[in-house]
Design a protein around this ligand. Sequence first.
Ligand SMILES: [Mg+2]
Length: 240
Amino acid sequence: MGAHRLHEVLAKIDSACAAGRLPIVVFDLDSTLFTTAPRNLKILQAYAHAHGVRWPGLAEVVARLSCDDMGWNIHEDLRRFGVSDQALLDEVKAFWFERFFTDEWLLVDEPVPGAPEFALACHARGALLYYLTGRHVGGMEIGTVRSLRQCGFPFWRGRCVLHLKPSFEMGDAAFKDDAVHDIRSYKGEIVATFENEPGNANMFSRAFPEALHFLLDTIHSPGAPAPDAKLVHIDDFRHG
Ligand SMILES: [Mg+2]
Protein backbone atom coordinates (compact mmCIF):
# COMPACT_ATOMS: atom_id res chain seq x y z
CA MET A 1 0.00 0.00 0.00
CA GLY A 2 2.08 2.93 1.26
CA ALA A 3 5.33 1.05 1.96
CA HIS A 4 7.14 2.46 -1.07
CA ARG A 5 6.30 5.94 0.17
CA LEU A 6 8.48 5.18 3.22
CA HIS A 7 11.42 4.98 0.82
CA GLU A 8 10.36 8.37 -0.48
CA VAL A 9 10.72 9.76 3.05
CA LEU A 10 14.32 8.52 3.18
CA ALA A 11 15.03 10.07 -0.23
CA LYS A 12 13.53 13.39 0.89
CA ILE A 13 15.77 13.33 3.97
CA ASP A 14 18.79 12.88 1.69
CA SER A 15 17.72 15.77 -0.55
CA ALA A 16 17.12 18.10 2.40
CA CYS A 17 20.56 17.27 3.84
CA ALA A 18 22.18 17.76 0.43
CA ALA A 19 20.54 21.19 0.19
CA GLY A 20 21.82 22.14 3.64
CA ARG A 21 18.41 21.99 5.31
CA LEU A 22 17.48 20.14 8.52
CA PRO A 23 15.00 17.35 7.70
CA ILE A 24 12.38 16.80 10.40
CA VAL A 25 10.22 13.70 10.80
CA VAL A 26 7.32 13.83 13.27
CA PHE A 27 6.23 10.62 14.96
CA ASP A 28 3.23 10.14 17.21
CA LEU A 29 3.78 7.34 19.74
CA ASP A 30 0.61 5.46 20.80
CA SER A 31 -0.77 3.31 17.98
CA THR A 32 1.81 4.83 15.62
CA LEU A 33 5.30 3.75 16.77
CA PHE A 34 3.93 1.56 19.58
CA THR A 35 1.04 -0.81 19.74
CA THR A 36 -0.85 -0.35 22.97
CA ALA A 37 -2.60 -3.73 22.69
CA PRO A 38 -0.20 -5.50 25.12
CA ARG A 39 -0.73 -2.69 27.66
CA ASN A 40 -4.50 -3.04 27.36
CA LEU A 41 -4.46 -6.83 27.49
CA LYS A 42 -2.12 -7.04 30.49
CA ILE A 43 -4.20 -4.50 32.43
CA LEU A 44 -7.29 -6.57 31.71
CA GLN A 45 -5.52 -9.75 32.77
CA ALA A 46 -4.34 -8.03 35.97
CA TYR A 47 -7.94 -7.04 36.71
CA ALA A 48 -9.19 -10.57 36.12
CA HIS A 49 -6.41 -11.97 38.29
CA ALA A 50 -7.15 -9.59 41.18
CA HIS A 51 -10.96 -9.42 41.01
CA GLY A 52 -12.11 -12.19 38.68
CA VAL A 53 -13.38 -14.37 41.48
CA ARG A 54 -16.24 -11.89 42.06
CA TRP A 55 -17.44 -12.13 38.45
CA PRO A 56 -18.39 -15.65 37.30
CA GLY A 57 -17.24 -16.31 33.75
CA LEU A 58 -14.89 -13.34 33.48
CA ALA A 59 -11.68 -15.37 33.75
CA GLU A 60 -12.81 -17.57 30.85
CA VAL A 61 -13.57 -14.59 28.61
CA VAL A 62 -10.26 -12.90 29.42
CA ALA A 63 -8.33 -16.13 28.83
CA ARG A 64 -9.71 -16.26 25.26
CA LEU A 65 -8.55 -12.73 24.38
CA SER A 66 -5.32 -11.89 22.59
CA CYS A 67 -3.64 -8.65 21.54
CA ASP A 68 -5.53 -8.83 18.24
CA ASP A 69 -8.80 -8.45 20.13
CA MET A 70 -7.77 -5.20 21.79
CA GLY A 71 -9.42 -2.08 20.44
CA TRP A 72 -9.77 1.45 21.74
CA ASN A 73 -10.60 0.54 25.36
CA ILE A 74 -10.90 -2.70 27.23
CA HIS A 75 -14.43 -2.34 28.57
CA GLU A 76 -15.69 -2.04 25.00
CA ASP A 77 -13.58 -5.07 24.06
CA LEU A 78 -15.21 -7.03 26.87
CA ARG A 79 -18.66 -5.92 25.78
CA ARG A 80 -17.90 -7.17 22.27
CA PHE A 81 -17.08 -10.56 23.76
CA GLY A 82 -20.41 -10.83 25.52
CA VAL A 83 -19.79 -9.21 28.91
CA SER A 84 -22.80 -7.01 29.64
CA ASP A 85 -22.76 -6.46 33.42
CA GLN A 86 -22.49 -2.66 33.65
CA ALA A 87 -21.11 -2.71 37.22
CA LEU A 88 -18.29 -4.97 36.05
CA LEU A 89 -17.59 -2.87 32.95
CA ASP A 90 -17.48 0.32 35.05
CA GLU A 91 -15.06 -1.27 37.47
CA VAL A 92 -12.81 -2.50 34.64
CA LYS A 93 -12.86 0.98 33.13
CA ALA A 94 -11.78 2.57 36.43
CA PHE A 95 -9.06 -0.08 36.92
CA TRP A 96 -7.79 0.59 33.38
CA PHE A 97 -7.87 4.36 33.83
CA GLU A 98 -5.69 4.18 36.94
CA ARG A 99 -3.01 2.22 35.08
CA PHE A 100 -3.03 2.99 31.37
CA PHE A 101 -1.52 6.46 31.74
CA THR A 102 1.41 5.49 33.99
CA ASP A 103 5.16 5.01 33.49
CA GLU A 104 5.04 1.44 34.75
CA TRP A 105 2.52 0.13 32.25
CA LEU A 106 4.07 1.85 29.22
CA LEU A 107 6.89 -0.66 29.45
CA VAL A 108 4.71 -3.50 28.17
CA ASP A 109 4.01 -1.74 24.86
CA GLU A 110 5.60 -3.23 21.78
CA PRO A 111 6.83 -1.41 18.70
CA VAL A 112 4.73 -1.47 15.53
CA PRO A 113 6.59 -3.79 13.10
CA GLY A 114 9.51 -2.04 11.43
CA ALA A 115 9.10 1.17 13.44
CA PRO A 116 12.45 1.17 15.30
CA GLU A 117 14.34 0.28 12.10
CA PHE A 118 12.60 3.02 10.13
CA ALA A 119 13.22 5.64 12.83
CA LEU A 120 16.88 4.59 12.97
CA ALA A 121 17.17 4.89 9.19
CA CYS A 122 15.68 8.40 9.25
CA HIS A 123 18.00 9.46 12.04
CA ALA A 124 21.11 7.91 10.49
CA ARG A 125 20.46 9.86 7.29
CA GLY A 126 20.41 13.11 9.21
CA ALA A 127 16.78 13.72 10.19
CA LEU A 128 15.69 15.26 13.44
CA LEU A 129 13.15 12.93 15.02
CA TYR A 130 10.30 14.78 16.67
CA TYR A 131 8.45 12.37 18.96
CA LEU A 132 5.13 14.06 19.66
CA THR A 133 2.71 12.41 22.04
CA GLY A 134 -0.45 13.12 23.99
CA ARG A 135 1.14 11.27 26.93
CA HIS A 136 1.47 13.76 29.77
CA VAL A 137 4.30 15.14 31.87
CA GLY A 138 3.91 14.15 35.50
CA GLY A 139 3.40 10.40 35.22
CA MET A 140 4.40 9.16 31.78
CA GLU A 141 7.69 10.85 30.86
CA ILE A 142 10.11 8.39 32.45
CA GLY A 143 8.30 5.32 31.13
CA THR A 144 8.14 6.90 27.68
CA VAL A 145 11.92 7.32 27.49
CA ARG A 146 12.55 3.85 28.90
CA SER A 147 10.09 2.35 26.46
CA LEU A 148 11.64 4.16 23.47
CA ARG A 149 15.09 2.87 24.42
CA GLN A 150 13.89 -0.61 25.35
CA CYS A 151 12.36 -0.97 21.88
CA GLY A 152 15.46 0.33 20.10
CA PHE A 153 14.26 3.77 18.99
CA PRO A 154 16.94 6.47 18.68
CA PHE A 155 17.02 8.71 21.71
CA TRP A 156 20.04 9.80 23.73
CA ARG A 157 22.09 10.83 20.76
CA GLY A 158 21.08 14.30 19.59
CA ARG A 159 18.52 15.25 16.93
CA CYS A 160 15.79 13.55 18.98
CA VAL A 161 13.04 15.68 20.49
CA LEU A 162 10.42 14.31 22.86
CA HIS A 163 7.41 16.57 23.28
CA LEU A 164 4.78 15.47 25.80
CA LYS A 165 1.54 17.15 26.80
CA PRO A 166 2.21 19.56 29.68
CA SER A 167 -0.74 18.24 31.69
CA PHE A 168 -3.17 15.35 31.58
CA GLU A 169 -6.12 17.71 31.27
CA MET A 170 -5.04 19.53 28.11
CA GLY A 171 -6.96 18.35 25.03
CA ASP A 172 -4.93 16.33 22.50
CA ALA A 173 -5.97 18.39 19.50
CA ALA A 174 -5.10 21.72 21.17
CA PHE A 175 -1.77 20.27 22.23
CA LYS A 176 -0.85 19.09 18.74
CA ASP A 177 -1.90 22.46 17.37
CA ASP A 178 0.56 24.14 19.77
CA ALA A 179 3.23 21.65 18.80
CA VAL A 180 3.06 22.80 15.19
CA HIS A 181 4.49 26.15 16.32
CA ASP A 182 7.31 24.39 18.13
CA ILE A 183 8.11 22.22 15.11
CA ARG A 184 8.26 25.32 12.92
CA SER A 185 10.71 26.97 15.32
CA TYR A 186 13.49 24.64 14.12
CA LYS A 187 13.29 26.29 10.68
CA GLY A 188 13.89 22.90 9.13
CA GLU A 189 12.14 21.04 6.35
CA ILE A 190 9.22 18.94 7.57
CA VAL A 191 9.68 15.80 5.53
CA ALA A 192 6.98 13.54 6.95
CA THR A 193 4.53 13.06 9.80
CA PHE A 194 3.13 9.79 11.16
CA GLU A 195 -0.14 9.57 13.07
CA ASN A 196 -2.92 7.12 13.83
CA GLU A 197 -5.55 9.78 14.53
CA PRO A 198 -7.13 11.07 11.31
CA GLY A 199 -7.90 14.43 12.96
CA ASN A 200 -4.24 15.01 13.83
CA ALA A 201 -3.00 13.76 10.45
CA ASN A 202 -5.43 16.12 8.69
CA MET A 203 -4.16 18.99 10.85
CA PHE A 204 -0.54 18.21 9.95
CA SER A 205 -1.43 17.91 6.30
CA ARG A 206 -2.84 21.44 6.34
CA ALA A 207 0.00 22.86 8.46
CA PHE A 208 2.79 21.35 6.35
CA PRO A 209 1.41 20.92 2.82
CA GLU A 210 4.80 20.05 1.25
CA ALA A 211 5.43 17.07 3.56
CA LEU A 212 4.26 13.47 3.25
CA HIS A 213 1.62 12.60 5.84
CA PHE A 214 1.11 9.00 6.87
CA LEU A 215 -1.91 7.55 8.63
CA LEU A 216 -1.33 4.30 10.51
CA ASP A 217 -4.34 2.08 10.00
CA THR A 218 -4.09 0.70 13.55
CA ILE A 219 -6.78 1.98 15.90
CA HIS A 220 -8.15 5.48 16.42
CA SER A 221 -10.55 7.23 18.76
CA PRO A 222 -14.29 6.73 18.30
CA GLY A 223 -15.93 9.44 16.23
CA ALA A 224 -12.70 10.48 14.47
CA PRO A 225 -13.19 12.63 11.35
CA ALA A 226 -12.68 11.22 7.86
CA PRO A 227 -9.05 11.22 6.75
CA ASP A 228 -8.03 13.67 4.02
CA ALA A 229 -7.62 11.98 0.65
CA LYS A 230 -3.94 12.90 0.38
CA LEU A 231 -2.89 10.97 3.51
CA VAL A 232 -0.77 7.88 2.85
CA HIS A 233 -2.20 4.81 4.61
CA ILE A 234 0.17 2.23 6.09
CA ASP A 235 -0.31 -0.72 8.44
CA ASP A 236 3.22 -0.66 9.81
CA PHE A 237 6.75 0.51 8.97
CA ARG A 238 8.04 -2.52 7.09
CA HIS A 239 9.43 -1.26 3.82
CA GLY A 240 11.66 -4.03 2.54
MG1 LIG B 1 -1.58 7.99 18.66
